[in-house]
Write a protein that binds this ligand. Structure first.
Ligand code: CTP
Ligand code: MG
Length: 229
């Protein structure tokens, strides 16, 4: 049985500041969203790829991006106002498919995820039912409890930055979403943690960055140039 990749792509990219969805910007000549979709499509565990797109962008995926969508047999679904709504639309799309055991939720805005990290997080999720990629916090962290308080140093040795993909048994994530519908969480793993189900942490590359601001695209170009021999 296989894994369905769900890629939330239905944001607007407000912080990126382009006139259209940041995911349409080109990275090494291809749209940002296409990179992760292709890396996922090349994984033997992946059985389906579902892309959540906004109403606003739907025609772009039907026309302008049609050859890319077709090449990877991507299924497009209508995303929602919040990222969680978009993930839910993807879950609804694969629910009832008996061939799908797990779902891998991956930000379309993380184009640089490596195949080796995918294999590692998939393997762990098969063992435990829930796993996410994460990378150690690199900077020194300070805590300020109230505005104006003196700084306190946080011990970063036990702190990790959550990345994607986050991979779960399909029915586990569905139950988490049913139970916590309407209660915001910053990632999918948090919803599963709230149910009391452990989520395994898999050490992934720090170069699996999310394109958020315009300068992130320049960094991504540089990382890609290093990755290629
Ligand atoms: N996303 C989504 N549906 C939403 C909001 C976000 O599918 N309603 C997707 C984005 O397209 C992106 C991923 O979730 O691939 C991570 O979100 P983020 O980096 O915040 O992208 P945007 O929301 O588009 O950017 P911004 O917050 O700057 O507007
Ligand atoms: Mg956002």
């Amino acid at each position: 049985s296989s894994i369905a990749a769900i890629l939330p792509a239905a944001g607007s990219g407000r912080r990126f500041g382009s006139h259209e969805n940041k995911l349409f910007a080109l990275l090494a000549g291809e749209p940002i969203w296409f990179h992760a979709a292709r890396t996922l499509a090349n994984q033997p565990e992946i059985g389906r790829i579902v892309l959540a797109v906004s109403e606003h962008d739907r025609t772009a995926f039907e026309d302008r991006f049609a050859p890319w969508v077709k090449q990877l047999s991507i299924e497009c679904v209508l995303g929602g106002k919040q990222r969680t709504d978009s993930v839910l639309a993807g879950l609804d799309c694969v629910s009832g498919d008996k061939s799908i055991e797990m779902v891998a939720i991956h930000d379309a805005a993380r184009p640089l995820v490596r195949a080796a990290d995918l294999s590692a997080v998939f393997q762990r999720a098969y063992q435990t039912g829930a796993a996410l990629l994460a990378t150690p916090v690199a900077g020194t962290l300070k805590r300020q409890i109230n505005a104006g308080d003196d700084s306190l140093t946080v011990d970063r040795r036990e702190l990790w930055v959550a990345l994607t993909p986050q991979v779960f048994h399909l029915d586990l994530l569905q139950r988490a979403y049913q139970r916590y519908r309407g209660r915001p969480a910053t990632d999918d793993a948090e919803l599963v943690e709230r149910m009391g189900h452990p989520v395994a942490l898999v050490h992934g590359g720090a170069d699996n960055i999310k394109i958020t601001h315009p300068e992130d695209l320049l960094v991504a170009e540089a990382i890609l140039a290093c990755q290629k021999p």
